[in-house]
Ligand binder design. Structure first.
Ligand SMILES: Cc1cc2nc3c(=O)[nH]c(=O)nc-3n(C[C@H](O)[C@H](O)[C@H](O)COP(=O)(O)OP(=O)(O)OC[C@H]3O[C@@H](n4cnc5c(N)ncnc54)[C@H](O)[C@@H]3O)c2cc1C
Length: 379
């Protein structure tokens, strides 16, 4: 039977699942040094970085349950290197730094964050422009080499092998990070801010007023709050994912655009871009299409069924890059939004950049790249 819901949730213990809704409605610190609004991966990673930077007390609030936005439904791939063909260097630097930070946090955490090291193969008809800027960790494999590595593959194609990428169960990683934060309240939505001069003096929430020293909004898309006059263009792009039943069809690593191997011999596939589809419901025809493509690539899956299917929404700005910035015109408020396809990957480095910015009161050198005002609209 197919479960409509993520496999990530099922991989948690009952205790972990319960802690996704920890301290429901209970704000512990009413005057935190830093308030973080949003309990997705960006909010949690930022709260952790702020605490580690010694910036005082941190209160995180989340309107729903932890990871209930894009984070809980993501694929969880931490793969910066394939983006070198599509993304500018500043973005790639952020991604690479963030993967290193993921590894550091994984080692630091008592139980680990569940980071799984993973190689990545991108199938392609030829090596294209690869040689022009080929780092040491990238190799071109011809079709015979790919067939030897992936014996069940129906396609006769070469591919790019990139070593030392990674993946996580995004919910498990988020929980492991959040576990070390003393003040996390779920079921608490920020509704309004009160400004005095150029400072936020209070944030109204569904559970009362908070008077923070500084505030970071990590709400997926930019926050929509009374008293906060932001005009940053954004939308969201739905994506479907599926996981198969355990199968004997083995993949040695992520094979793009086919699938990623998970625990128990299952395969994770999909990550569609369903532009214009605003319905939160899983569409069976999209799942059927993903499964048909998977079976076309790996005919050994013909008898294998879908075990989990789900969809979620990627927050996006028009240029598909995130905003990481001080809120324009406000001295003690920051925001990060629109992490689109790579928010899980980029969360630790983003959190670190924000924590350093709050601590030093100085923007990092690359701040212009992530500016909230780069879209040329009033903010
Ligand atoms: C199909 C799919 C596959 C993906 N795969 C990957 C991948 O492999 N690797 C990768 O790096 N990224 C991936 N992503 C992208 C990634 O999921 C997002 O970029 C990332 O989760 C964004 O995190 P976030 O914390 O900014 O937003 P969210 O996870 O949406 O968290 C924002 C949180 O803020 C809360 N909130 C909003 N408003 C308020 C308020 N007023 N008060 C309190 N709380 C509030 C929301 O309830 C929500 O929980 C994928 C996305 C999709 C859809």
């Amino acid at each position: 039977m197919t479960v409509t819901g993520t496999i990530w949730r099922e991989q948690l213990t009952a205790e972990q699942r319960a802690s996704l809704g920890r301290c429901a409605g209970e704000i512990t610190v009413l005057r935190p040094d830093v308030l973080v609004v949003g309990g997705g991966i960006l909010g949690v990673a930022t709260a952790v970085a702020v605490r580690d930077a010694g910036l005082g007390s941190v209160q995180l609030i989340e309107a729903g349950r932890l990871g209930s936005g894009a984070t809980g439904g993501a694929s969880g791939l931490l793969i910066p290197e394939p983006h070198q063909w599509s993304d500018p260097d500043t973005f790639l630097d952020l991604e690479r730094a963030s993967l290193e930070r993921w590894r550091y946090l994984d080692q630091l955490s008592q139980e680990g964050l569940g980071l799984v090291e993973l190689d990545w193969i991108g199938l392609a008809p030829d090596s294209g422009g690869l040689a022009a800027h080929q780092p040491k960790n990238i190799e071109w494999l011809d079709a015979a080499q790919i067939s030897a590595l992936v014996p069940g593959l129906a396609w006769h194609l070469g591919g790019t092998l990139i070593r030392h990428q990674a993946r996580v169960n995004p919910l498990r990683a988020l929980l492991a990070l959040a576990e070390e934060l003393p003040a996390v309240a779920t079921g608490v939505a920020a509704t309004a801010v009160t400004l005095r001069g150029d400072r936020v003096v209070s944030v109204s929430t569904s559970a009362g007023e908070i008077e923070p020293g500084a505030v970071v909004f990590a709400t997926g898309q930019p926050p929509v709050l009374d008293g906060l006059d932001l005009d940053i263009p954004s939308d969201r792009v739905k994506g479907h994912l599926l996981v198969t039943e355990p199968t004997t069809v083995r993949l040695p690593c992520t094979i793009a655009p086919v699938a990623t191997p998970l625990e128990d011999g299952r395969l994770l596939a999909g990550g569609t871009f369903d532009y214009g589809d605003e319905s939160p419901a899983v569409r069976e025809e999209v799942i059927d299409m993903i499964m048909a493509s998977l079976r076309a690539a790996l005919p050994g899956l013909v008898q294998v069924d879908v075990s989990h299917q789900w969809c979620c929404f990627r927050p996006r700005h028009p240029d598909r890059r995130p905003v990481i910035d001080r809120v324009p015109g406000i001295a003690n408020a920051w925001l990060t939004s629109g992490h689109f396809r790579t928010g899980i990957l980029n969360a630790p480095a983003t959190g670190l950049a924000l924590a350093r910015w709050i601590a030093s009161d100085k923007p990092p050198p690359e701040a212009a790249t992530w500016s909230a005002t780069r879209f040329g609209r009033r903010s």
